[in-house]
Design a protein around this ligand. Structure first.
Ligand code: ASP
Ligand code: MG
Length: 401
């Protein structure tokens, strides 16, 4: 018996049948003597549909009005879920984000949770109510509704679990846990029983769409144990928590990210301060740079290459073309036909064989590596996009089969 926060994503509540299924999960948990707080996303594609509706009327709607609009999606699903649970004969109440005490920064559409005043939720729990909370939303200090950014309900759930000191935070979704590699692409990919926060954050960043990175960051900060599991099958999922260091290094993820582009500045003058000039110009425009590679200077010039997300490609090219003469560089070129394939696992850095084994698998598959980056818990390579799925398979087989 304890206090359990359960989060249900859009696909888990997309229609009446799914709502009934979720109502059963919640009431079963409650009937076992637990206090239950459920955080819900908008049904199915509601959020996208609302965005489209707004776009038909105004191509540049204000963020404030968009927050007003999008928050309605979660408000609908939380009321519908409460209505479904009422029908099953359980005491239940649904609350909007602000009723549940979510106070956020003022930035519309990308608000950060500042604090959660849990009084109302606690009050309802003490009255033995099941509490349904609309995810993804809060209120800022001007009493305006804000939203937390796409996928933000994960963050709502983890933050609420932390604020309530819940015993468990379960994230129900349409996959039954975290897999070492994408099970749709790699046959018999292994499901993990548990994974550490740091590993999970890498995997989330590298493009696995299971948990929002920000929610894992928050879980780590407040030490909230998360379980990722399916709302459609009743079986244990994957636990995300601080895992005690194990001697044996295990690969926890083989991932690919194709949403990247490589930018190369050719013929940069080989003198101090150039890298600073390049990357501070990009940082000033909030462009995140990932892998950086600089060639050795030759005849007074060098080439600097790095990757950015595809969405930042145009802005990056523009900024660099503006400073090209001050770098005395020849040209800037961009290649979008690339992917990043990574292996993730705590302890990779202290296991020198891992990189060699990864490169061996790629070499046997005749896949050319364009760039390499390593960190404490991952090794990434940049390769041709067409070869990315094959690369994930051969690397997975090398380590996990
Ligand atoms: N409904 C929002 C979205 O689709 C928030 C969420 O689902 O977590 O992004
Ligand atoms: Mg959604």
């Amino acid at each position: 018996m304890g206090l359990i926060v359960q989060k249900f994503g859009g696909s888990s509540v997309r229609d009446a049948a799914r709502l009934k299924n979720v109502a059963e999960i919640i009431t079963e948990t409650y009937a076992k003597g637990n206090s239950v707080v459920a955080v819900v996303s908008a049904q199915g594609d509601t959020t996208d549909e609302l965005i489209e509706k707004a776009a038909e009327l105004n191509e540049m709607p204000s963020k404030r009005e968009m927050d007003m609009l999008l928050s309605a999606g979660e408000q609908m699903s939380s009321a519908l879920l409460a209505i479904t649970i009422e029908k099953l004969g359980y005491p239940v109440i649904s609350l909007t984000g602000w009723q549940a005490g979510f106070v956020t920064s003022s930035a519309h559409s990308t608000a950060r949770i500042r604090r959660i005043d849990t009084e109302r939720v606690q009050n309802e729990l003490s009255k033995k109510n099941i509490v349904i909370v609309a995810g993804f939303q809060g209120v800022n200090r001007y009493d305006d509704i804000t939203t937390l950014g796409r996928g933000g309900s994960d963050t709502s759930a983890v933050a609420l679990a932390a604020a309530l000191k819940a015993d468990r935070c379960q994230i129900f979704t349409d996959v039954d846990g975290i897999y070492v590699a994408d099970p749709r692409k790699v046959k018999n990919a292994k499901k993990l029983e548990e994974i550490s926060y740091d590993e999970m954050m890498e995997i989330a960043t590298l493009g696995a769409q299971v948990l929002l990175n920000r929610s894992v960051e928050m879980a780590k900060k407040y030490n909230v144990e998360i379980e990722v599991l399916s709302s459609l099958e009743r079986k244990p999922g994957t636990i995300v928590r601080e895992v005690a260091k194990v001697e044996k290094m295990l690969i926890k993820g083989v991932t690919k990210d194709s949403n990247i582009a490589r930018i190369s500045i050719i013929g940069v003058q080989d003198k101090p301060g150039m890298a600073h000039r390049i990357f501070s110009s990009l940082a000033a425009k909030h462009i995140n740079v990932d892998i950086i590679l600089q060639s050795i200077g030759r005849e007074g010039t060098k080439d600097v290459s790095f990757t950015v997300s595809k969405g930042d490609k145009e802005a990056t090219m523009e900024i660099l073309n503006d400073i090209l003469t001050s770098l005395k560089a020849k040209e800037v070129v961009c290649d979008e036909n690339i992917s990043k394939v990574s292996v993730v696992g705590a302890g990779i850095q202290s296991n020198p064989g891992v990189a060699a084994r990864m490169f061996e698998a790629l070499s046997e598959a005749n896949i050319n590596i364009q760039m390499i980056a390593t960190s404490e818990i991952k090794i990434s390579v940049i390769i041709n996009e067409q070869e990315a799925d094959r690369a994930v398979s051969v690397v997975y087989q090398q380590f996990c089969d």
